[in-house]
Design a protein around this ligand. Structure first.
Ligand code: MP5
Length: 207
């Protein structure tokens, strides 16, 4: 029996819902999120994306040649995204040279751990991390400014297509591994679901 990405979503729909439907996102859509909470998320997410870029680079290093195009396109987009985060922080006069909070730090450490696991687990994790934002920012519906720009970054058609390609990659390799590795991929998926939920909650607890 092979597990696929869509089966993981179906089997763990409750855990996934908690990762993608959160008061933080609902309040962005309502325009009621506190600017300080949004700023906390912005700074911490920049720090996350720096480490996520390293994660994608490591996944690329472990990938077969025919996955290069898609993973390189992801890395190219991350170059723009990091610059964009810096601009968004500057608009709000936020300092990005700061320490990650514990939740952010542990999530980054977990991504590093995943890169020591089989490539199938890495590909599955990469898909789950991107899908969390692709769905999370889309599900609440149209957002008011200044949040519309954020919702569009992860909810746009091009990004949705990219996430679908990541799903294909993950499904392709999950098909080739034994049940032990499939179990590892399933555990990693659940880890991501929990860590995504915790990341939103962290942003709402302004330090
Ligand atoms: C993403 C993110 C999506 N920015 N932050 C978290 C906590 N999870 C997922 O990654 P990217 O690189 O912004 O598309």
């Amino acid at each position: 029996m092979t597990i696929t990405c869509s089966q993981l979503l179906e089997k763990h729909s409750q855990a996934w819902k908690q990762a993608t439907v959160h008061p933080f996102l609902t309040q962005c859509q309502l325009g009621t999120i506190q600017p300080q909470q949004f700023s906390t998320w912005l700074v911490q997410d920049y720090l996350f994306v720096v480490e996520f870029t390293r994660f994608v680079a490591r996944v690329l290093a472990n990938s077969p040649r025919h996955h290069f195009d898609i993973l390189l396109s992801g890395l190219g987009a991350l170059k723009d995204e990091l610059t964009w985060f810096q601009a968004k922080a500057q608009e709000r006069q936020l300092n990005l040279e700061t320490e990650p909070q514990e939740t952010c730090k542990q999530y980054c450490e977990y991504m590093k751990l995943v890169t020591t696991m089989p490539y199938a687990v890495q590909a599955n994790t990469l898909w789950a991390i991107e899908l969390a934002y692709n769905q999370g920012w889309q599900l609440p519906g149209k957002m008011p400014p200044p949040y519309a720009e954020f919702a569009d970054r992860w909810g746009n058609q091009g990004f949705t297509e990219y996430v679908k390609l990541l799903e294909q990659i993950a499904d392709e390799v999950l098909l080739t591994v034994d049940e032990t590795v499939q179990g590892q991929a399933e555990s990693a998926f659940l880890e991501i679901a929990t860590r995504e939920k915790d990341f939103w909650s962290m942003a709402m607890t302004v330090e």
